[in-house]
Unconditional design. Structure first.
Length: 166
């Protein structure tokens, strides 16, 4: 069990990306360091109250040689506010692939207006409505370091930042 806190956001609830990131961090702390995040699925249940700490209950579903699986329930006094299922994998030999090339028509972040949102320098790229798509540049205000577990949690934090207008 882990406890997490939240700053007071202007919208009156805990930012969902923070709850996802803290839940993932709690799960990460329960697996061997050589197991990196493989996948995660998060489900919001209730809005969180930033005035109350969040209790992250980690269930060690499976500990294998190659994979570990965790289920996390984030709770406050009103009940569960989020459930997170995630798996971790030990690094293995295999081909590295990438199926997406960065589009040529997306401007660099320096050319996009900045907006601070949930503590992040966020830059939404304005694109034509067709084909439907959305791009957002985001930057943390401080360096995060090289810990891949923290990098994964930082990406999880950003996962709730981009409302999909596409």
């Amino acid at each position: 069990t882990w406890l997490g806190e939240s700053p007071a956001y202007s919208w009156g609830r805990i930012y969902g990306g923070l709850v996802i990131a803290q839940a993932l961090w709690a799960a990460t702390r329960s697996v061997r360091p050589e197991h990196a995040v493989h996948s995660l699925h998060a489900y919001f249940i209730l809005g969180g109250d930033p005035a109350e700490p969040v209790r992250y209950e980690v269930d060690r579903v499976r500990n294998g040689r190659s994979f570990s699986t965790r289920r996390v329930v984030a709770r406050q006094s009103a009940g569960a506010i989020l459930t997170l299922g995630c798996s971790f994998q030990r690094a293995e030999e295999g081909p590295e692939t990438q199926s997406f090339a960065f589009p040529d028509d997306v401007p660099r972040p320096e050319g996009v207006p900045s907006d601070w949102d949930a503590g992040i320098d966020r830059r939404d790229v304005k694109l034509p409505k067709s084909p439907p798509r959305a791009f957002t540049w985001a930057r943390y205000p401080v360096p995060l370091g090289e810990d891949p577990r923290l990098q994964a949690c930082a990406l999880a934090y950003l996962s709730d930042l981009n409302p999909m207008g596409a």
